[in-house]
Design a protein around this ligand. Structure first.
Ligand SMILES: [Zn+2]
Length: 225
């Protein structure tokens, strides 16, 4: 069977995590999210993990070559032999190029870059509508899609509901500016290479998932011909 080496791209609030979870179940592939990958490497105390922790400790951005090294190290693990789902990497064209080169040295290549696209207004609507319980951060609501019975009160324990700073419209808009600056060149990079696949993230998670599955099935058929 052919490998499924996948990248997930999309703005915050596009539901990439949900899609990744379903793909993990469908194809039994490891989900490699950058944040988790960094934490694992630091915990395991690998050379690169030690290097990364120096920067993280000082609150600095971990430099490109360290991130690239960690991602490549991760992909070389046996559980990634049949494929992987990368999320949060590559974030820049330099990282995308480095990933391609590393895969080529392994005799592998990317199957597809799955781009879950959601318009900015929809991202702001989804994220800024979130409300979280002050007592238990697992108690999450949405003013439009999943409202509590009483405004600003948690259904489960009656505690107050708040909007996290990260979810405030101004913060979300700023994150979107950063996202567009960083990610659009990466999207262009994969488009030029003919492996970008676009999905309408404004649709329901189930519809997006069905569409991704159908696309991957077609890609595999084409590869096997
Ligand atoms: Zn609560």
């Amino acid at each position: 069977m052919s490998e499924l080496n996948l990248i997930l791209l999309g703005p915050p609030g596009a539901g990439k995590g949900t899609q990744a979870q379903r793909l993990v179940e469908d194809f039994r592939l490891p989900y490699v999210a950058t944040g988790e990958m960094l934490r694992d490497a630091v915990r395991q105390g690998t050379e690169l993990g030690k290097e990364a922790s120096k920067y993280m400790h000082n609150g600095d951005l971990v430099p490109d070559d360290v991130i690239i090294g960690l991602a490549v190290e991760r992909i070389k693990q046996p559980d990634c032999a049949d494929g992987f789902i990368l999320d949060g990497f590559p974030r820049t064209v330099d990282q995308a190029r480095a990933l391609d080169e590393a895969l080529e040295r392994m005799g592998r290549k990317l199957t597809a870059a799955l781009f879950v696209d959601v318009p900015d207004e929809e991202v702001v609507r989804r994220i800024s509508g979130r409300r979280q319980c002050v007592k238990n951060e697992q108690h999450v609501y949405h003013v439009e899609f999943d409202p509590p019975k009483h405004d600003e009160v948690c259904d489960q324990d009656g505690a107050r509901l708040i909007q996290r700073d990260d979810d405030k419209p101004e913060t979300v808009k700023h994150r979107l500016v950063v996202y567009h600056e960083q990610t659009e060149p990466v999207i262009g990079y994969y488009e030029e290479r003919g492996i970008l696949r676009r999905f309408d993230g404004a649709r329901s998670p189930t519809e997006v998932h069905d569409h991704i599955r159908a696309t991957l099935a077609t890609l595999r058929l084409e590869e096997d011909l």
